[in-house]
Ligand binder design. Structure first.
Ligand code: SF4
Length: 367
């Protein structure tokens, strides 16, 4: 796997998908010696089940541990420090990690209770939990989701879980963006396995999950977060910590030079799913016919961006999407399945950021 590669796999067999993606990336070759200490860093900011859109699905951990154990790696631990105000222990239980730990014999490390050491992070003093600093290889497993302060959260921000509570509080007083960028100059982040199964629309605590049923693999955390911006309808510049991290040499935000590899044979899988709250309201603007979850989920994010700008207030004809639109005609359609529509955005699936521009031009203006 090269630094500009992005691996994408979709479906609902999350454990098997994880293993397939790790085989493609040749994670074992990347780690090297079987003696290496490997850390798995999920997103358990809060004590909530992954279905809420807030936390990493346990199947990603199971698939990763099985892959590592089958390749002869034995020094694995799952580590996290939940946000201030929630107990990591409770978060481990809520996400079912206690059972994962028992089944595979992999310890859970509560970083809220760990000792820590201060480092120079490119000119900024930052304390890092010792257990996280001691691993040889860190697999970062963030949830792709919205965030009330930083708009998006994924690879770069997920590492906030490897600092002590006192440091988390300080990060907030510093406005998050700068310290997150600096933290990424010292915290290990060797491989990024993104849980894009059902991350929340706009809130790190969950409540409005957007089902996408995807798992993504990256080597570069800056590329990861820049790509995530596009998949949620944002420009990279709208999330300052990404550019700051790039300027500190953490990685590259050049998504135009990325090599995107789809690991499924078909373009994207369709799946039935339940929508709640705000996601359901946004879906009221859509007329889906056998829509793939990745396509539909991207459209939900795009509609939310238009909503942010007050552009969803007037009545408009529905936006068509899905494989059932193939060969049909209509007014406004998303994805190559709607290529015969009067206004159609190509791509399979198109990115949310492109959907925003397309809908602004061909749909909002016609309302
Ligand atoms: S364009 Fe059609 S096939 Fe492609 S992701 Fe969208 S709905 Fe699925």
């Amino acid at each position: 796997m090269e630094k500009n590669d992005i691996g994408i796999i979709h479906g609902t067999e999350y454990r098997a998908m994880t293993k397939k993606l790790l085989e493609w990336a040749d994670l074992a070759g990347m780690i090297g010696s079987k003696d290496k200490k490997i850390g798995l860093k999920p997103n358990l900011a809060v004590a909530k089940a992954p279905e809420s859109g807030a936390t990493t699905h346990r199947e990603l951990l199971e698939g990763t541990i099985e892959y590592l154990q089958e390749h002869g790696f034995g020094r694995i631990s799952i580590m996290e420090g939940s946000w201030v105000g929630d107990s990591t222990k409770a978060a481990f239980r809520a996400a079912g990690y206690d059972r994962v730990s028992e089944r595979y014999g992999v310890p859970l490390v509560d970083l809220q209770r760990d000792s820590f050491t201060e480092y120079d992070a490119a000119g900024m003093k930052i304390s890092l939990c010792d257990a996280a600093a001691e691993v040889d290889f860190m697999i970062n497993m963030p949830v792709l989701k919205g965030h009330c302060q930083t708009a998006v959260t994924c690879a770069l921000k997920n590492l906030k879980g490897v600092i002590p509570n006192s440091e988390k509080r300080r990060f907030h007083t510093l406005g998050l963006h700068k310290p997150i960028a600096h933290l990424n100059t010292i915290a290990r982040n060797n491989f990024i396995l993104v849980d894009n199964i059902c991350g929340d629309l706009d809130f790190e605590e969950g409540g409005n999950p957007v089902v996408m049923n995807r798992i993504l693999g990256f080597l570069d955390p800056v590329l990861c977060d820049a790509w995530v911006c596009g998949s949620m309808g944002y420009e990279t510049e709208e999330v300052p910590y990404i550019g700051l991290a790039e300027r500190l040499g953490v990685g590259s935000s050049d998504t135009g030079s990325a090599n995107v590899v789809f690991l499924n044979e078909d373009a994207a899988g369709t799946a039935k799913f339940t929508m709640t709250g705000r996601v359901k309201r946004l879906a009221g603007y859509v007329e889906p016919e056998d829509a793939c979850s990745a396509c539909y989920g991207s459209l939900i994010y795009a509609l939310d961006r238009l909503n942010d700008r007050g552009l969803l207030s007037k009545g408009a004809g529905p936006v068509s999407i899905g494989q059932g639109c193939r060969g049909k005609t209509g007014n406004t359609g998303i994805g190559r399945c709607t290529e015969l529509y009067e206004h159609s955005l190509g791509g399979c699936p198109p990115k949310a950021v492109d959907m925003v521009k397309f809908l602004e031009e061909h749909w909002v203006s016609e309302q």
